[in-house]
Write a protein that binds this ligand. Structure first.
Ligand SMILES: Nc1ncnc2c1ncn2[C@@H]1O[C@H](COP(=O)(O)OP(=O)(O)OP(=O)(O)O)[C@@H](O)[C@H]1O
Ligand SMILES: [Mg+2]
Length: 335
């Protein structure tokens, strides 16, 4: 009855999620903060702030303090965490007094930043704070038997980074991180449309294009989508029709980077674990696991089975929240 509430926070570069054992995911919002630059105050966080991106008056800016897998602005990240803890507290009512918190930080976070995140969460009223590595959390959240001496291979394709890790016996045996993820796909699309059509589109439009007609490098029936942006020559709004084939080409290089990282990790795996990998395959988590055709493409390229986690966007948060019981066994967890 007096047991402590445990919550897990996935502080992702694209989305921040909070998970509790009893209630599941209690918060899931974009990692965006809107600030008033005159007063330096937070105007909105999460979805409200994301809706302001690219549409705000001069003195309000919507920023993503975590970008490309690293913490670009630490103060604003702390503010985001504070608001997240507040919202989570509201969702939990009184039961969120002095929770034990496990936070999954972006892989690019330095030890100083990790320490600072630890302190920021502690400052929000947490009793104990633990930090966990993203791939380990992703594996736990995807229901893989991480504490057993078998090879669990996780490929987490997030907004900022893709992490490939082989986890066995509660620890990371081998891993690779590349700064390629959903954000870069969006950027590839923006650059392509700009070059080919002289058309300027925003991040949100690029993301919509990716989700609707983006494909991994597989054959597929061609899809089309009309998009609007600003003509760079006339300055006026213009509509063009994009094909899924050209979007696929725009994202090609980035996809190949991800493939290389997976290959490199598998090639360096200990011989004893290779058999497991061939049998058990690879599990995809993160938003990138939802890209059309990614499962088909990767399984063809790496010739081992590829599975998609049950809720790829939630795996890390779920794993983070469930990890407390493993935490003492896990080797690479810093306190
Ligand atoms: N259906 C979809 N198809 C393709 N991409 C998608 C889809 N749904 C979401 N995404 C992309 O997934 C990314 C967000 O994934 P996720 O929430 O796992 O990232 P994150 O954990 O915040 O980032 P990181 O792990 O790098 O810190 C975004 O780039 C988003 O556009
Ligand atoms: Mg993530």
């Amino acid at each position: 009855m007096f047991s402590n509430t445990e919550i897990g926070i996935d502080l992702g570069t694209a989305n921040v999620l909070v998970y509790t054992k009893n209630k599941g995911i209690i918060l899931n919002e974009p990692s965006v903060v809107a600030m008033n630059t005159d007063t330096n105050q937070v105007v909105a966080v999460g979805m409200d702030a994301k809706n302001m991106i690219g549409k705000t008056p001069g003195n309000i800016v919507a920023v993503r303090p975590l970008r490309d897998g690293v913490i670009a602005d630490f103060d604003i990240t702390s503010q985001l965490l504070k608001q997240v803890m507040k919202k989570a507290g509201k969702a939990m009512g009184l039961s969120l007094r002095k929770p034990d918190v496990v936070v999954c930080t972006p892989s690019g976070a330095t030890s100083v930043e990790r320490r600072a995140i630890h302190d920021a969460v502690k400052g929000c009223g947490a009793k104990n704070v633990h930090l966990i590595e993203e791939p380990v959390a992703a594996a736990i959240g995807a229901d893989l038997p991480v504490e057993e001496p078998v090879a669990n291979v996780v490929v987490d394709i997030g907004g900022g980074t893709t992490e490939v890790a082989i986890i066995s016996y509660g620890g990371v045996v081998n891993s690779n991180t590349v700064r390629v993820g959903g954000d870069l796909f969006d950027d590839n699309i923006i650059q392509y449309v700009r070059k080919k059509y002289n058309l300027l589109i925003g991040e949100r439009t690029a993301e919509e294009i990716k989700i609707e007609i983006g494909h991994a490098l597989v054959e597929h029936p061609e899809l089309k989508k009309d998009i609007r942006g600003r003509d760079l020559v006339t300055g006026l709004p213009k509509t063009v029709t994009l094909s899924s084939k050209e979007i696929q080409q725009a994202m090609r290089e980035s996809l190949l980077h991800i493939l290389e990282a997976i290959r490199a990790t598998l090639e360096n795996s200990p011989a004893e674990l290779s058999g497991d990998i061939v049998d058990r395959g690879v599990v995809l988590t993160g938003g990138g696991a939802l890209l059309n055709g990614i499962q088909e493409w990767l399984s063809k390229e790496i010739i081992v089975p590829v599975h998609i986690a049950p809720n790829p966007l939630e795996s890390v948060a779920i794993g983070t929240g469930r990890s407390l019981k493993f935490i003492n066994q896990l080797q690479k967890v810093s306190r």
